[in-house]
Design a protein around this ligand. Structure first.
Ligand SMILES: NC(=O)c1ccc[n+]([C@@H]2O[C@H](COP(=O)([O-])OP(=O)(O)OC[C@H]3O[C@@H](n4cnc5c(N)ncnc54)[C@H](OP(=O)(O)O)[C@@H]3O)[C@@H](O)[C@H]2O)c1
Length: 326
């Protein structure tokens, strides 16, 4: 590998940097990472690699690793300025990159994006569904926020399906392609309280793609479910509890995804999760009992009665009457 790597500019947020011990534990409890980046060169040099959500975090790190490895990287996200920064950084190191400002939750936007990519490159070799939105909050805070449901379902579930539908026919026609879904290790465990929107939308796309994978594998298209553990990014930083959980830097996590780009496994997870997964249904009821007290933390009498706290009303964009679906 001749070019220096993008390790430093995808470093974790400052409050995390001290926690070397947690990072070590994070490395020990994550999917296997690529040790020799020359293998990524062999896998992607001159190939078209699309990474959604590449303006920050894991997507940014994946795009930079692929750019360093000689891929033609196509990146997209909503933040135009940050996306331009990432593209400039890849170009400054001799990489080839095309950036598109796209909201993955927007149906027309995704259609236009797919059309532009196919017009410019004719096909896609690797598609990394990385763009994602997280949500961790009590259900009472969602009673009057249906727009949040549309946003999270759009970016975690419907958008990736639409993009896949637009690009898949060309992969099948060429007899080659690789689709990677950045899922979460949480979807291999229990439906934890407060994570319902996030886990259900991530799981929904995962099941859809797993089903599709069985239809297209014989046409030369591989699909990988990548079960990501905790990564120190903009997404997880606001969650105080997660700061105390072992995690990876975005750069290290991207090495795991790069390994999947090279080896094209059907699934990649920290191996013990494969053991936990079959036990999930067995321990379903005791686990639900354990979760119940946790879900009550921070709940007030108003929330239990169904009233909407002041803050929610302030944030709300439309009055409840207009939002109701009859
Ligand atoms: N961080 C973790 O601990 C963790 C754990 C398990 C799984 N994951 C998954 O890993 C993936 C990457 O997360 P991250 O931690 O790197 O988060 P992040 O730093 O917040 O990055 C998320 C990326 O998705 C983009 N994005 C969000 N909504 C979008 C939309 N509607 N249209 C287009 N792009 C959109 C964001 O860009 P813009 O805001 O500019 O649009 C950003 O580039 C996600 O799918 C997440 O679910 C993360």
């Amino acid at each position: 590998m001749t070019v220096p790597l993008h390790r430093r500019d995808t470093a974790p947020p400052p409050q995390i940097r001290q926690q070397k011990f947690w990072q070590l534990l994070g490395r020990l409890s994550s999917p296997r990472r690529l040790k020799d980046l020359r293998k990524l060169d062999d896998a992607v040099r001159g190939k078209v690699v699309v990474v959604t959500g590449a303006s920050y975090g894991l997507g940014e790190a994946i795009a930079k690793q692929c750019g360093d490895a000689g891929a033609i990287v196509v990146i997209c996200a909503r933040s135009a300025d940050k996306l331009a920064e990432v593209a400039e950084s890849i170009r400054s190191r001799g990489g080839r990159v095309h950036s598109h400002v796209v909201d993955i939750a927007d149906e027309a936007g995704v259609r236009e994006f797919a059309r532009d990519v196919l017009r410019e490159h004719g096909h896609v070799d690797v598609l990394v569904h990385n763009a994602g939105k997280s949500m961790n909050r009590g259900i009472h805070l969602s009673y009057r926020r249906p727009k949040d449901l549309n946003a999270i379902a759009g970016v975690n579930y419907l958008g990736p399906i639409r993009l896949t539908l637009a690009l898949l026919p060309y992969m099948r026609e060429r007899g080659s392609g690789h689709i990677i879904n950045i899922s979460t290790a949480g979807s291999l465990m229990w439906p934890f309280p407060r994570w319902g929107f996030y886990l259900s939308t991530k799981k929904a796309f995962e099941w859809w793609l797993r089903s599709v994978a069985t239809e297209v594998r014989s046409d030369g298209v591989d699909c990988t479910q990548y079960y990501l553990g905790h990564v120190y990014t903009r997404m997880s930083a606001p969650d105080r509890m997660l700061r105390g959980v072992p995690g990876l830097t975005a750069y290290d996590a991207a090495l795991g995804v790069s390994r999947s780009i090279v080896h094209r496994p059907r699934a990649a997870a920290w191996r013990p999760f494969y053991l936990v997964h079959p036990l999930v249904e067995l321990f379903r009821f005791p686990m639900e009992r354990i979760c119940e007290p946790y879900s009550k933390i921070k709940e007030t009498r108003e929330s239990l009665l169904g009233a909407v706290p002041e803050t929610t009303l302030v944030l709300e964009e439309e009055p409840m009457r207009d939002d109701r679906v009859s």
